[in-house]
Write a protein that binds this ligand. Sequence first.
Ligand SMILES: [Zn+2]
Length: 40
Amino acid sequence: MPVCGNKTRDKIRRDTVIKKFPLYCPKCKQETVIDVQDQK
Ligand SMILES: [Zn+2]
């Protein structure tokens, strides 16, 4: 994941599409807005 290399608890499938999702990183203790495209 393009956050900080830290794994997330959120299970994002390969066919998951996310737009501007505020993903919280418990390691950095901050939110990072991410975009996940369909990776077919
Ligand atoms: Zn992090």
